[in-house]
Design a protein around this ligand. Structure first.
Ligand code: SF4
Length: 362
């Protein structure tokens, strides 16, 4: 076995001799030598293994606002990385070169959990994000890296579609301080046809995170013209979020651009983002944002009690700050939901590619 192949625990044997992976609801049944749909979990020596432990598709220091997280240590740099493979098959994937990779060449950087934590510290990051592809599929590597980060005082962030079974979900999010969950649509039909997944499983993850964990959660929805942007669907999603998650969960509406297998649709018009924003706020949701566009009016954070702007943003840049060090409005004292720790960071909108090899031996 190569060093990047490690045993996993979430699987069981079937009566016909196959084994079934129990990490996500896809429940891949694997004969000897077969890989799951995510490509990175496979059957080997009569068990299910992860084949990408300690291998990464690349590292970058980003603003935390790019994850996107607007209420988690604003303005600070985060070391972002991913591996390869994904457990969904979204036709509009904006990261398909990584998520659909069948090439081990994509995993060009060898990186141990300790080396990642060391690099993040040396680069002045406050957190490490498991992103680019879904940490659900590289669960063991993400959890080990999160432990190494916590050991040196760094926070951890999962960027995920939330398509994961109950037990691995508990293990993954026990290791995370914050998560951005992709709510791809509010229709089972969309999830089935476009992603071969299920909305119910994702809503279950959102409910779990809100009800049973301290993980700071924000939601992202990529709005695709004529696919998931109808008034009816946006009303239904807003109602569900207000009812089950409450008014404090930030929700980001981001703009689609034609990609991967969905080249037949136009980019999302600014008016669609504005309409979605208006619908969501009409349900009392306090922190609704537009993303991937210059829209300072809908990119800033407003105090829910007095209406003063408490954080100004333009794309990923902070342009104004009117919160106390513990996250209260300077005008009226009302608390802004989120994780705040002193003055905001000053990373700005920069994106800094990083070579892990420059930070010592794995
Ligand atoms: S994690 Fe991968 S192998 Fe396991 S069930 Fe999901 S897609 Fe299949």
């Amino acid at each position: 076995m190569s060093a990047s192949v490690v045993p996993t625990t979430y699987w069981h044997r079937l009566p016909d001799g196959d084994v079934q992976c129990d990490v996500c609801p896809r429940a891949c049944k694997l004969g000897e030598g077969q890989r799951g749909l995510c490509f990175v979990r496979a059957r080997a020596q009569d068990a299910v293994v992860l084949t990408t432990f300690g291998r990464s598709s690349g590292f970058c220091v980003d603003p935390i606002e790019k994850k996107p997280l607007n209420h988690f240590l604003p303005g600070t740099p985060v070391l972002s990385f991913g591996t390869a493979g994904c457990n969904l098959t979204c036709r509009f994937c904006q990261n398909w070169d990584i998520s659909k990779s069948r090439e081990i060449d994509t995993l060009s950087d060898a990186a141990s959990p300790e080396q990642i934590a060391r690099a993040a510290q040396a680069l002045g990051c406050r957190s490490v994000a498991f992103t680019y592809n879904d940490p659900v599929v590289f669960l063991e590597y993400a959890v080990a890296t999160a432990a190494a980060c916590h050991a040196v005082g760094l926070k951890t962030v999962a960027v995920t579609a939330g398509y994961v079974c109950e037990e691995p979900r508990r293990e993954l999010f026990r290791a995370m301080d914050a998560a951005n969950v992709d709510l791809k649509a509010f229709s089972e039909d969309f999830y089935r046809r476009t992603c071969t997944g299920s909305l119910a499983a994702v809503l279950d993850t959102l409910r779990y995170l809100h009800d049973e964990t301290d993980v700071w959660v924000e939601i992202t929805t990529l709005l695709i013209p004529d696919a998931n942007d109808s008034d009816a669907e946006l009303h239904a999603a807003s109602r569900w979020i207000a009812e089950h998650l409450g008014p404090d969960v930030p929700w980001h509406f981001t703009a689609f651009h034609p990609d991967y297998k969905m080249l037949d649709r136009p980019s999302t018009p600014a008016a669609t983002l504005a309409r979605a924003h208006a619908i969501a706020t009409s349900y009392g949701l306090r922190y609704v944002y537009t993303g991937n566009v210059h829209d300072p009016a809908r990119g800033g954070t407003v105090c829910h009690a007095c209406g003063a702007q408490v954080i100004g943003r333009d794309w990923y840049e902070l342009t104004a700050w009117h919160l106390t060090d513990d996250g209260c409005c300077r005008s009226c004292g009302a608390r802004c939901a989120g994780v705040f720790d002193g003055r905001p960071g000053r990373w700005g909108g920069r994106r800094l590619p990083v070579r892990l090899a420059d930070f010592g031996a794995p």
